[in-house]
Design a protein around this ligand. Structure first.
Ligand code: ADP
Ligand code: ASP
Ligand code: MG
Length: 610
């Protein structure tokens, strides 16, 4: 019998009437001939309320007790949902994370799923029950209750769909699909019919709260097609799939409002320092983003990065010790900054996105204080006050409110999806049609993975075709990056990585990489600009090697970047520009050390290779 996993988020089970409504959806799926597993979140704002209760008692509650507390929210919902189903004449059984057999590691409040045993669920389904599973929670080897991190019920649902080899995974929420940006912030946002795993993963980790980013890691790894749709209507939602049907360069924009920027100023520029810094932060399980290391001047360099605002205190604690260890001159930080990003698979093949984005922001006279890019995203850091206007400007610039042009099979864009027409997904499909929605699973030897949520590395790559230019001391004011990358683009040069450091003393530093063959032309343009802006002579390296690791779970596994840095540091290889995304981490080093770095990475990551 086909199996369907349905997840209902907090708003969708906020009161008993809504729980009954969700129960009716589950019943409809059962009546259509499916086994049904329902995953639920805590009711409404219950989890927030529990967090504030803890805060009334202590600023630093033990993480174990937080998990004990927070997991209670989902336990209430599963019982009520089972009662709702029984009251409507259906057999149902509720199960906590432990009863399902969701085994996690012991990182309380941020636990990762190691394995799921499906026997008990399967027995209950075979006995004709609808299974109601508590989202967000699991159990560690010592029997302690753990939680997966805020928003983690999505991850429970997709992980269960993967473990049960479900035919459908539906995420019911308070919006009717995935939009080009948060529709509550920009009403002009457009619902997308399909989006790729890579784009959704990136958007989710950059602030699109509609899906927990780790749920998309599962979906991608195990080939689960996810259907995001409304709890309150029957309209078709959005499908998250391997290869979507559109080929526009930008799929969506995201905003992360509550971010903090930290800078270690005057770090001695030698191998191992970046490693030590990120090792300590990784140990504290803090996910960093927008890492920018300036090209060293006078033997010292500044390293900046962003963390979620909630992690600021913990990060400052870490930096207090580490800045002494690596003899940094000072720690500088800024709260209330926001990250506005655009994401799109098409960026890999179509240029022009960066300069368009920077120009859209500069037209609003908004200053971008940091920039980082990866192959499928561009992130800018602005003040919280400017964030919404930045998002609006960028969304309009890429005309995200309009439907993209249909997929053209003669272009070199991603292949068409194997998923069905989303229009067919309206309501619950009869079993025969449901089989069509079964995704084609990637060739993945799941048994080889020691843990379901472990990092999976697809490729390690060395690019020896690039050169690097650094422009120190450019004015830290609106329009600088736009001007620079427009001129470079006008000369037909395709820029790969871009990083701009946060301005200090009214000056910023911009570094970018380009094909070596274009170095002379790019230098000429950059020198002209340096002249106009009265900034310093550009620095360059005609021979940089870019080492990249591609895979799934790279950023949420905070230790990976650290292992890359450590591997290079142990071999005395100095790191220059760093670019991180969910599915790719690239590091530039001196090209004479590129081949050595590649071999070292292949050895270091041999166990995690697909
Ligand atoms: P649930 O409780 O069902 O898990 P969430 O509040 O976690 O729901 O996620 C749904 C919310 O995500 C929406 O109400 C919307 O405001 C927000 N959101 C952010 N970005 C997006 C986006 N790109 N598309 C749709 N919704 C988004
Ligand atoms: N109840 C948890 C939270 O509010 C998990 C979830 O809803 O996904 O974060
Ligand atoms: Mg959610």
């Amino acid at each position: 019998m086909p199996l369907i996993v349905q997840k209902f988020g907090g708003t969708s089970v906020a009161d008993t009437q809504k729980i009954l409504g969700a129960a009716r959806k589950a019943i409809r799926a059962a009546q259509s001939g499916n086994h049904v597993v329902v995953v639920v979140s805590a009711m409404g704002k219950t989890t927030d309320h529990l967090v504030s209760l803890a805060k009334e008692i202590t600023d630093r509650p033990s993480h174990r007790e937080m998990d004990m507390l927070l997991s209670s929210g989902e336990q209430v919902t599963i019982a009520l949902m089972a009662m709702a189903l029984e009251s409507l004449g259906y057999k149902a059984v509720s199960m906590t994370g432990a009863q399902i057999g969701i085994k996690t590691d012991s990182s309380h409040t941020k636990a990762r799923i190691r394995s799921i045993s499906t026997n008990r669920m399967k027995n209950a389904l075979d006995a004709g029950h609808i299974v109601i599973a508590a989202g967000f929670q699991g159990i560690d080897d010592d029997g302690n209750i753990t939680t997966l991190g805020r928003g983690g019920s999505d991850t429970s649902a997709v992980a269960l769909a993967a473990a049960l080899n479900a035919d459908q995974c539906e995420i019911y929420t308070d919006v009717d699909g995935v939009y080009t940006t948060d529709p509550r912030l920009l009403p002009e946002a457009r619902k997308v019919t399909q989006i790729s795993y890579d784009e959704m993963l990136e958007l989710a980790s950059l602030g699109a709260g509609v899906m927990h980013s780790r749920s998309i890691e599962f979906a991608k790894k195990f080939g689960v097609t996810v259907h995001v749709r409304s709890s309150f209507t029957d309209t078709a939602g959005s499908l998250i799939v391997a290869s979507p049907e559109s080929n526009s360069p930008v799929a969506g924009a995201a905003i992360a409002k509550n971010e903090a920027r930290l800078t270690l100023v005057g770090v001695p520029d030698k191998p191992g320092n970046a490693m030590r810094l990120f090792a300590r932060i990784a140990e504290a399980k803090i996910a960093t983003d927008m890492i920018v290391q300036n090209i060293g001047q006078e033997g010292r360099t500044d390293i900046s990065f962003t963390v979620p605002g909630n992690d600021l205190t913990a990060t400052l604690d870490v930096l207090k010790t580490v800045s002494k260890e690596i003899e940094a001159k000072q720690v500088d930080y800024q709260e209330n900054v926001a990250k506005v990003s655009v994401v799109g698979l098409g960026m890999e093949t179509q240029g022009g996105v960066a300069e368009k984005m920077f120009r859209a922001v500069s037209r609003k006279m908004i200053n971008i204080s940091m920039i980082t890019t990866s192959e499928i995203k561009i992130s800018t850091l602005v003040t919280c006050d400017d964030a919404l206007e930045t998002l609006r400007a960028v969304h309009a610039e890429f005309q995200l409110e309009k439907s993209p042009t249909p997929f053209n099979s003669s272009s070199n864009s991603p292949k068409p999806s194997v998923s069905p027409n989303p229009a067919e997904l309206s309501g619950t499909l009869p079993p025969t049609q449901q089989n069509q929605t079964k995704p084609i699973k990637p060739e993945l030897d799941v048994a080889r993975l020691s843990g379901m949520e472990d990092i999976l590395i697809e490729a390690i790559h060395l690019d020896q075709t690039q050169a690097r230019i650094t422009m120190p001391n450019v004015p830290d004011k609106p329009g600088i990056a736009a001007e620079m990358f427009e001129r470079i683009a006008e000369a037909g040069i395709v820029v790969d990585m871009i990083v701009q450091s946060c301005g200090r003393n009214g000056k910023a530093i911009i570094t970018y990489t380009i094909p070596r063959t274009m170095l002379e032309t790019a230098l000429e343009i950059t020198r002209k600009l340096a002249n106009e802006w009265e900034s310093d002579e550009p620095l360059y390296s005609s021979t940089v090697a870019i080492l990249s690791v591609r895979g799934t779970g790279l950023r949420s596994h905070t230790g990976l970047a650290y292992r890359m840095f450590k591997t290079l540091a142990d071999a005395g290889i100095n790191v220059n520009v760093i670019s991180t995304s969910e599915s790719n981490i690239s590091i530039t080093v001196n090209s004479t050390q590129g081949e050595q770095g590649l071999q070292l990475f292949k050895k270091e990551f041999a166990n995690e290779m697909m």
